[in-house]
Design a binder for this molecule. Sequence first.
Ligand code: FES
Length: 157
Amino acid sequence: MIANQTINLDSVQEIVDRYGGNKSKLIAILQDIQAVYHYLPAEALKKVSQLLKIPLIDIISVATFYRAFSLKPRGKHVATVCLGTACHVRGGPKILEEFERQLQIKKGETSEDGEWSLESVACLGCCAIGPVVVVDGNYYAHTTIRKVPTILEKYRK
Ligand code: FES
């Protein structure tokens, strides 16, 4: 677990104002909140619900539908290793193990310092370039165990 982060509800208000309090911009608003906190804190979602006059349950439905959103604290960086069939047979599990070893966290965990979260996915839809790893939205094709330190280094600066 990472340390609890204080939620600044004024910043949530600013984000909603940025979109003119427009309900149809909910996804963009959630993206901006997640960019600040690296996840969607419950207090922030309640504030969005009040400001946009959208029931909280509807906001949570949207937040859980899109894989890009997280309701749990996440690290500053998110590494996702594909374990779909095509990536699995080309070494996906070994690559995941290497990420676990290098980051010293298990799949589904976030590092103590809040820098890294490690996740897996069933298929990213680009099997031909597998094994695939995604870090902060950047795709790495034909990944090998040896490439893992180089990938991580890019985000450690
Ligand atoms: S199995 Fe990895 S991208 Fe499809």
